[in-house]
Write a protein that binds this ligand. Sequence first.
Ligand code: SF4
Length: 162
Amino acid sequence: MSSLINTSRPPVFCPGCSHERITHALDKALEKMGLAGNQVVLVSDIGCSGLFDTFFNTHAFHGLHGRALTYATGLKMARPDLTVIVTMGDGGLGIGGAHVLSTCRRNIDLTLLVLNNFNYGMTGGQCSSTTPQDAWWAPDFSTAWKSRWTSARSPLPPVHPM
Ligand code: SF4
C-alpha cells in the first residue's frame, strides 16, 4: 500500500509543531499495516488535533469537542471491519473524559491518539486538563490575543493521560 496523506491539503500547523510529525508517523503506520483508504476512518473533534481528518484520504468524521470517542464507538460497533482511529487533544480529553473511561470499558478495538500540547493552543493557550501547575499560561482570551502571558498557575493538578 502507499501513503494515504491528502497532498492537496495545505500545511496548517505552526512551524515545528509535533502534530506534523504525528501526521506522518500515522501515515507510515497505516502504510505498514497495508490498509487502503476505504478501510480506515479518522475521527476527530475540535482544535489542532481536529484537523487530522482532513489530512488523509480515508473515511472521516468530524464532531463536537470531546465527543470523538462516542462517534468512533458507534462506527466501530456498526462496522467492526474498519480500522477506527481517533485523534484528540488534551482539551478534548478533559471535556470528554467520561467517554475515555467508557470506551476503555467497552474495549472495542479502536485507537485513540491524544495529541497533548498541555494547553488550548488554538484559542490562545488557556489552561487544559493536562497543564502542569508550574506552567505559564494565559488565564483568559482577552489577554491571550495580546500575547500577554502571565505567571498564573493552574489551580488543579494535571491529568496524566498515559
Ligand atoms: S497551536 Fe500548538 S498544537 Fe496547534 S499547530 Fe500551533 S503549535 Fe501545534
